[in-house]
Design a protein around this ligand. Structure first.
Ligand SMILES: [Mg+2]
Length: 364
């Protein structure tokens, strides 16, 4: 089987409801839709989100820097192709748009290979045997929601059966943030898992001062408290806190994860399949996490469609995030019932963006 053509199509569509955290203010969602065509007639589907106006750059990068080197190649040489894509693009940087573009292509290659074999991606990777994955919900906890609205939404998702809620803080007033966390803990009760996400927004002094105060609310993890490159700062904070620090959705290399593990700067790893360079590098980080005795919570912003396969092939994953930003754009609808996500059994990844969505929301 040989690759004959690679497409990357930018699409942009409105979210059902605008949201904000400490770092992002989003009314629209954007992703580059990747399609890899072959001489066998099979098509591999991948995608890569790039928010806040970045999606055209990602699609352009794929078309001009990655597509020409992929045509004529065997998609089963996916690890070799990953290394070639890396060297092809590294002059522009080893993170950001390059890595997001590579991620979309890498996902499409794995999708293609799994389709060629007629198995779901998790089976190609080696499944854990899990048939469903518990979900926690992020949909209710946005910083832009007034406190009473947020709590009402949280109680609603918990009533649906979700296995915990995440809330966003990192406002200009950390004391107000603590009061908001206290109100949520009071409303949901002592036994419901509660995660708190700063979205890399605190500086070191704020993190060291206010991070440990979150322990009184028995949070299940503190997510991305500060600059994702400050490994030493995270190690300092983790040493002061009982709650695990979770980091990863903004880490773009295995090397940085290695430093976090070695310095005990996190206790939960959150590798992101669309920031690291796709399935290939995600698996490398998961293996490193295993070697360090660290559990993995896949980042999903919103990449559940791929992450569910990774979760079903990684014993270190016990929980996944639920967002609903891409729930309706794929031909293959994920099944969610009472807070459980069913592991799909169809061939490939199952991230075929619907033709009518492509037609309607394509950036021209
Ligand atoms: Mg986060």
């Amino acid at each position: 089987m040989k690759i004959t053509r690679v497409e990357s199509i930018p699409i942009r569509y409105p979210l059902r409801e605008p949201i904000a955290d400490a770092t992002h203010d989003l009314a629209v969602y954007e992703l580059a839709v990747v399609r890899i065509h072959t001489d066998d007639g099979l098509v591999g589907h991948g995608f890569a989100p790039a928010l806040q106006g970045g999606v055209e750059i990602v699609a352009q990068l794929t078309q001009t820097m990655l597509a020409p080197m992929l045509v004529g190649r065997d998609p089963f040489h996916v690890r070799g192709l990953w290394d070639e894509m890396f060297w092809q693009t590294q002059i522009l940087g080893r993170t950001g748009a390059n890595r997001i573009a590579m991620s979309g292509v890498d996902i499409a290659l794995w999708d293609l290979n799994a389709r060629a074999l007629g198995v779901p991606l998790w089976a190609l990777l080696g499944g854990t045997g899990a048939t469903r994955i518990p979900l926690y919900s992020t949909n209710a906890g946005w910083l832009s929601f007034p406190q009473d609205v947020m709590i009402e939404k949280m109680l609603a998702v918990l009533a649906q059966g979700f296995h915990g809620v995440k809330m966003k803080i990192g406002s200009p007033d950390p004391r107000a943030d603590l009061r908001r966390v206290a109100a949520v803990r009071e409303a949901i009760g002592p036994d419901v898992p509660l995660m708190v996400d700063i979205n890399i927004h605190w500086d070191l002094s704020t993190a060291l001062r206010y991070g440990p105060k979150l322990d009184q609310f028995d949070i299940d993890w503190l997510e991305e408290p500060m600059n994702q490159h400050d490994v030493k700062g995270h190690a300092q904070l983790q040493a002061l806190m009982q709650a695990p620090i979770l980091v990863g959705e903004n880490l773009t290399s295995v090397t940085v994860f290695r430093d976090f593990f070695e310095q005990r700067a996190l206790r939960l790893a959150q590798p992101d399949v669309t920031r690291l360079g796709g399935v290939t590098r995600w698996l490398d980080v998961a293996a490193l996490a295993r070697a360090n005795g660290i559990r993995v919570v896949p980042a999903c912003w919103d990449t559940m469609q791929v992450s569910v396969h990774l979760a079903a092939a990684t014993p270190e994953v016990h929980l996944m995030e639920h967002l609903d930003w891409t729930a309706e754009i794929f031909e293959e609808r994920l099944q969610i019932e009472s807070g459980w996500l069913t592991v799909p059994t169809g061939p490939g990844v199952g991230c075929t963006v619907r033709e009518d969505v492509l037609e309607r929301y394509r950036v021209r």
